[in-house]
Design a protein around this ligand. Structure first.
Ligand SMILES: Cc1ncc(COP(=O)(O)O)c(C=O)c1O
Length: 502
């Protein structure tokens, strides 16, 4: 039976993190702030992310179970930014004064290439098996293709095996399924923070699993260190703290390239984190959903599957999806690679609820096998467009004298707006976030990623030039205190023609 974790009685430490069905990117901590002000004496354990929603989701609907109320609470408390955006989306012709979305991590740069490829005749195939109940792990022809694809792009030392592959509808479902099959209700995963905040609800809504933050900060402590660097020492400390508080930690979540930092872990770092996990018998879920979105060659990305001899293969589970690298977040295709047969089978059992249509499986197999198109058309063009968009936004930020972090991977820049907060508080961060939204540009604030330092924002650049240009105009207006100044779309038209790539 599924029982929700009981309300904790420890001293308050934080408010529940916001969560969103869309990547949290649209989040701003609004519900969070509301909840914090309503229940000042709310008791919370040192969990990051979801805090203890059982404490707040009082059953406000006679139609919902207590579990249903909590699930609804996550939606209600975190979606306002996204809802506001959808009611007033920017459209060049129909709604030019609408909101520009620089919050959601989607790649909108390559629709032309993708629509052309997905419209070719080899994509259209119907046969009885595609319309019948499938093997819940995914059709064998697709798992074979995924295994070949990952072997090639992850540079695995030996060919990966189709029997270790499970396909389902995206990484969000995979987090949910893995959490459910690896943990008891109330158990936890370590996660370096700031992190892609929607994981909080991915692991909690069905699995009742918590996150324990390994907090990173911007301070650089030595010659060889970088801001927000994850170290084994920090992992050890977070684990010790969780143990001390009686929280059973079952695993570690790594995102590589990282969201929102854009950080890339070196093979040495990866191995250190995996060795740490092995020492403590922790599972590691490695989210590589941005692995082909490394647009700076010098960034030197390595998949965990490229490592010679994983320290603990039975506890290492790798995720990838087409949502980011192929700019198809609406198509819903994700995959798990694990050598642990029990884990693969348990996740496959849940795929009855997270499966893909046979027709989509066929299309994905066609796409992943088309190495010529991927290597000669899609990836070079996608990387060039990402790089051009990044160069533009980075240039604008430099011109404004705003510090930022970005490593040439992913769709976003982690921007330091601390100097624009009158006081270093999350209340001020939210006020700034709201000023951006009032000026019709949606960003994601650091609190939505459980960043400990108020004033960091994530800015998504993987969009068409004219939208980026208008978005940056609006950002600049807010930072320069000129939010009432009308847009100058003409200057953005020239931006578009000056850079056709995007
Ligand atoms: C790091 C990371 N993992 C997973 C996801 C969700 O992926 P999907 O759309 O495949 O469910 C996101 C979406 O933003 C993400 O940023």
């Amino acid at each position: 039976m599924f029982t929700l974790p009981q309300k904790e009685s420890k001293a308050p430490t934080t408010c529940p993190g916001p969560a969103s069905t869309q990547d949290l990117d649209s989040n701003h901590g609004d519900g969070l702030e509301r909840e914090c002000s309503r229940k000042p004496d709310w008791k919370l354990p040192e969990f990051c992310g979801g805090g203890d929603p059982t404490a707040t989701a009082s059953s406000d609907s006679s139609h919902l179970s207590s579990r249903g109320s909590i699930i609804k609470w996550f939606w209600d408390s975190a979606e306002e930014g996204y809802r506001t955006y959808h009611m007033d989306e920017y459209d060049e012709d129909k709604n030019p004064s609408g909101i520009i979305n620089m919050g959601t991590s989607e790649n909108k740069l390559c629709f032309d290439l993708l629509s052309r490829r997905l419209s070719q005749s080899d994509m259209l195939w119907v046969e009885p098996s595609l319309l019948q109940y499938p093997d819940w792990r995914g059709h064998l022809f697709l798992r074979e293709e995924v295994a070949r694809f990952l072997s090639f792009y992850c540079k695995s030392p030996a060919p990966l095996k189709p029997e270790n592959v499970v396909v389902l509808n995206g990484c969000a479902s995979l987090f949910s399924a893995l959490a459910t099959v690896l943990c008891e209700v109330g158990e936890a995963f370590l996660i370096p923070a700031p992190y892609y905040g929607a994981i909080t609800q991915h692991v909690y809504l069905y699995g009742g699993v918590r996150l324990v933050c390994v907090y990173l900060d911007s301070e650089v402590t030595g010659l060889d260190t970088r801001p927000f660097q994850l170290t084994v020492e920090k992992l050890e400390m977070a684990l010790q703290r969780a143990n001390f508080e009686g929280v059973k930690v079952k695993g570690l979540i790594l995102i590589n390239p990282q969201n929102p930092l854009g950080d890339i872990y070196s093979p040495g770092e990866l191995r250190d984190y995996l060795e740490f996990a092995k020492r403590h018998k922790l599972h590691v879920m490695v989210d590589e959903v941005y692995m082909l979105s490394v647009f700076e060659k010098s960034a030197g990305y390595h998949s965990v599957l490229s490592l010679e001899g994983l320290p603990d293969p039975q506890r290492t589970h790798v995720m990838w999806a087409t949502s980011k690298d192929f700019g198809m977040s609406g198509l819903r295709f994700g995959t798990l690679y694990t050598e642990n047969r029990d884990v693969a089978t348990a996740v496959a059992s849940l795929c009855r609820y997270h499966g893909l249509s046979g027709l989509v499986q066929y299309q994905m197999a066609q796409l992943l096998r088309d190495r010529d198109w991927i290597n000669q058309v899609y990836l070079p063009e996608n990387h060039a467009r990402l790089k051009a968009a990044h160069t533009y936004v980075a240039g604008e930020l430099r011109a404004l004298g705003i510090p930022f972090l970005s490593s040439g991977a992913g769709f976003f820049i982690w921007v330091d707006l601390r100097k624009y907060l009158p006081e270093a508080t999350f209340k001020e961060e939210m006020l700034l976030w709201r000023r951006f939204l009032d000026n019709k540009v949606l960003l994601s604030c650091g609190k939505a990623f459980q960043c400990k330092e108020p004033g960091w924002f994530r800015l998504v650049f993987s969009d068409k030039a004219h939208r980026l240009c208008l978005g940056m105009q609006r950002v600049r207006q807010v930072l320069e205190g000129k939010s009432q100044v009308p847009d100058d779309p003409a200057s953005c038209q020239s931006q578009e023609s000056g850079n056709q790539r995007r």
